[in-house]
Design a binder for this molecule. Structure first.
Ligand code: Q46
Ligand code: ZN
Ligand code: ZN
Length: 334
């Protein structure tokens, strides 16, 4: 097995490219594909400040690493979910990476800051854990980006993730979700722009990227993921991909090129009804946003509202929110 570029021994084969790569050219491929996605979908403009949603897993650490190497000003945000050993280990990976790169990591901890964790909070709120978790993440990433003056929230969703979500949405014809499944969601209605620069790279490639770069990431799946439909969709697509390499890519990018536009009006219609949440000021279609309702039902609290912190008016739609604390990483430049 030889590298397609330099003919030296290869370390990885990528069947959908019908090619093998040595370590150096594999890293170059990952960076090039990231740049291509950023340019193709106009994700980031020069000089913008990025906030990377960091879970401690391979994808989020890899995209943070790639963006730093590409010269972007990219800080990380780690959200402690209170999922036992899994959260302890994933937080340790995120902190170790930030320290090794001299990068800034912002930390928000659900149990310490908001008074609930995902296992107990989701039970109390009668939501499945991943639904409570996803809702908490979306709200708190948006909030940290707006409060911290970041231009873009970056997530580590890769091609496998996006193809699996698309598969699930198509199987149930969730047309409202299909209208929003884009690699870039523009900033509007008080939400920051959100981008997914890893959409041209697969899960296996991101694991290999971390191994080659010596990045220590949490390998274990989240214990709450058991029975998650998303994993089943990934397995199904993997079976198809094994016999027909490139199917996931064609499925996802074919959707973006030929179908996603058709579902856009429905998704945009929903956004037109947004108004500020009466409790936290975040944009919502209801009187109170889903996050605030979750916090109440989970028996938690809002740190900013309870401590009487002086509101920081960074967004007209979020009058009551204060900046998140920036946790200094020892030895890191802030
Ligand atoms: S962390 Fe959260 Fe995932 Fe765990 S509880 Fe589900 S959504 S599986 S990416
Ligand atoms: Zn090579
Ligand atoms: Zn709210």
């Amino acid at each position: 097995m030889k590298c397609r570029v330099c003919r030296e021994p290869a370390i990885i084969d990528i069947r959908r490219h019908n090619a093998n790569f040595c370590a150096d050219h594999f890293l170059k491929l990952c960076r090039d594909q990231t740049v291509k996605a950023i340019e193709q979908f106009d994700m980031i403009k020069p000089g913008e400040r990025l906030l990377v949603a960091v879970s401690g897993g391979k994808d989020s650490l890899a995209i943070w690493d790639i963006l730093l190497d590409l010269g972007y000003e990219a800080d990380g945000l780690y959200l402690g979910l209170g999922i036992g050993d899994y959260s302890d280990a994933s937080g340790a990976c995120a902190r170790a990476f930030a320290r090794s790169r001299g990068a800034t990591l912002i930390e928000v901890d659900l149990p310490a800051d908001y008074g609930y964790d995902i296992p107990n909070g989701s039970r109390a709120a009668k939501r499945v854990p991943c639904s409570a978790c996803g809702l908490s993440k979306r709200h708190l990433f948006d909030k940290a980006a707006i409060d911290g003056g970041y231009d873009v929230v970056v997530t580590g969703h890769n091609l496998d993730d996006e193809a699996a979500v698309l598969f699930g949405n198509v199987l149930r014809w969730q047309t409202d979700y299909l209208g929003r499944q884009l690699p870039v969601l523009p900033a509007r209605h008080g939400f920051p722009r959100k981008v997914k620069p890893l959409v041209r790279l697969g899960e296996r490639e991101m694991a290999a990227y971390c191994v080659v770069r010596g990045i220590d990431y949490i390998v274990d799946e989240c214990p709450m993921a058991a029975g998650n439909k998303h994993l089943g969709y990934k397995e199904s697509l993997n079976a198809v991909e094994a016999t027909s390499p490139g199917t996931k890519h064609d499925f996802y990018f074919g959707f973006l090129a030929r179908a996603s536009e058709l579902f856009r009006p429905e998704a945009e219609g929903e956004q037109a009804d947004l108004q500020p949440c009466i409790t936290c000021g975040a944009p919502t279609t209801a009187e109170e946003c889903a996050f605030c309702r979750l916090v109440e039902r989970a028996g938690g609290h809002h740190p900013d509202l309870e401590t009487g912190a002086v509101p920081v008016e960074l967004s007209p739609t979020r009058p009551t929110l204060a900046r998140p604390a920036i946790v200094p990483i020892p030895g890191a430049s802030v």
